[in-house]
Design a protein around this ligand. Sequence first.
Ligand code: G3P
Length: 222
Amino acid sequence: MKFFVDTGDIAEIKDLASTGLLDGVTTNPTLIAQSGKNFLKLIAEICEVVQGPVSAEVAATDYATMLKEGQKLAKIAKNVAVKVPLTPDGLKVCKALSDNGTQVNVTLCFSAAQALLAAKAGATFISPFVGRLDDVGQDGMLLIKEIMDIYTAYPKTIKTEVLVASIRHPIHLIAAAKMGAHVATIPPKVIRQLYAHPLTDKGLAAFVSDWQKTGQTILDAA
Ligand code: G3P
């Protein structure tokens, strides 16, 4: 499973990239606003730090302007994935850009029918928002299961990858991985939670303490 980080914070991206576990980055207008940075410059900077896909979202909602914005964003770097909303115009832009070899991430997906349309429009990634579905009393992970069932039923024709978005906690991620979802975009805070277990901390403290009792060092040993 590929791990993308869902943030516009370049310091976080650099830190997480240094782990060697980061496969890509997703941003959205909210995250760009939170960064306080110039959008185009920030995307260029992120694309230098991370080799994998970096999602940059269009701002317009009409076909002609979205297409121009998408073409401009795609020119920033080879690894830009243009993010478009799941609307009729958004999917037209998806088709036009993907036909020209640009990676496209279709965002704001909340139903299996929408995911099927995005696949037919040639999306590289479909982004179903699991946390926001949970927030309104629907089962976000059930949507991932439905999309995976549909996409895997057509292995020869559907190449779109399921990019699980709006992840709020590690349980979302583990459930998505068990379903074979291709990608998860994860907030930095949740990535850090993945490392944590109190028994790891407790066990390590005991090992460090017991090792000190031996009076030995590994590096000075003959
Ligand atoms: O970037 C899209 C998605 O991951 C947003 O998540 O937490 O704002 O619902 P959230």
